[in-house]
Design a protein around this ligand. Structure first.
Ligand SMILES: [Fe+2]
Length: 348
């Protein structure tokens, strides 16, 4: 496995780059905007293809690299379903897997620092965001923080993991890089409390100043969504209501870009084809499945995904590969459902 911990000294943030092998798919956790060039260089040096960029929560102390990485690598952006970020490509919830080639992270919902804080468990290690830090815990006094919820997340979920589980937090201000569950249970001063009430009182007594970048970072991080205007201006977008008219027409094929798990959970548009986003480049190039379909039948390819992010990138890739009749559904299946569009369960 390739595992890199990259430090941003301005915000004391740790970013993690994961891959199962050289030359394979990669995933990044909590990227920082100012460090995006460094990540791209490292990806190139290790011959990795970035397929997913994940944030543990909406950060208040730095601007996320999610949007820039999406724009420069066409990777999928992932956050928890409780996040109020305008649009991310994929939203996950407790128990969901986040998969790339050869690696799976399991999602734990661990609110408290914020109400959109998630931790990601992978075999022998857990990425705890700002929920559990090394010999500390994330503050709970803004962004819908809740010290009681944090107590439950830490004592009810994280400390129940095996003792030897490695703890990789989103920040460290002292230079520590990794800990274990057993170490934190024994030595983390914030966890030496007799009760939830005691923990809440401890957290409420901290009186911390706001992070320096908070007024800039929070609004910036809520706008990760890509600019859709240019795609619409070129006529490559259809609204959900308009897309409803395409249902059952012989001159259009709806193409679902989502993963199997998303299709099972949220259903799919009847009659649509499944062509997962990670295989898109292969599918739209001359000789690829979608390229052949479009040129053999003259059908309009109508891409859709969860929220219209992956499909917007797919349209640009398809148009770039010469499929002139490609477009996408703005807002994805989320908008489709809100417009009253029917869905069915995937067939086995
Ligand atoms: Fe945070």
């Amino acid at each position: 496995m390739i595992f890199r911990q990259i430090f941003d000294s301005v915000s004391s943030t740790y970013t993690y780059l994961l891959a199962s092998r050289r030359g394979g798919e990669a995933l990044i956790i909590d990227p920082v905007l100012d460090k995006v060039d460094r990540y791209l260089q490292l990806l190139q040096e290790l011959d990795l293809k970035l397929v997913k960029a994940v944030d543990t929560h909406l950060h208040a102390d730095h601007i996320t690299g999610l949007g820039a990485l999406r724009d420069r690598t066409r990777c999928i952006t992932v956050m928890g379903e409780r996040s109020r970020v305008d649009v991310v490509s994929m939203r996950v919830t407790e128990g969901d897997p986040i998969e790339i080639e050869g690696l799976t992270l399991s999602v734990l919902y661990t609110p408290g620092h914020t109400d959109d804080s998630y931790s990601f468990l992978m075999a022998d290690r857990v990425f705890t965001g700002d929920t559990l830090l090394i010999r500390g815990t994330g503050r709970t006094d803004f962004q819908n923080g809740d010290a009681g919820a944090q107590y439950e997340s830490i004592f009810g979920k994280l400390l129940k993991l095996p003792d030897e589980t490695l703890v990789y937090p989103a920040h460290d201000y002292k230079g520590d890089t990794v800990s274990t569950i057993a170490e934190e249970r024994a030595f983390n001063p914030r966890l030496q409390v007799a009760s939830k009430q005691h923990y809440v009182e401890l957290m409420h007594g901290l009186n911390l100043p706001n992070p320096k970048l908070m007024d800039v970072a929070v609004p910036a991080n809520m706008r990760v969504g890509m600019s859709h205007e240019e795609i619409a201006r070129r006529g490559w977008a259809v609204g959900a209501a308009e897309a409803l008219q395409l249902l059952g027409r012989s001159d259009a094929t709806l193409v679902d870009l989502r993963e199997r798990r998303e299709r099972e959970k949220h259903g799919l548009i009847p009659g649509s084809l499944h062509a997962p986003y990670p295989d898109l480049a292969d599918n739209v190039r001359p000789g690829g499945m979608l390229h052949a379909l479009a040129s053999a039948t003259g059908k309009r390819l109508v891409f859709y995904c969860a929220f219209g992010e992956r499909s917007a990138m797919a349209v640009q890739a398809a148009q770039g590969a010469g499929i002139a009749a490609a477009c996408h559904i703005e807002g994805g299946i989320d908008a489709w459902k809100k417009a009253g569009g029917p869905t069915v369960a995937p067939s086995a």
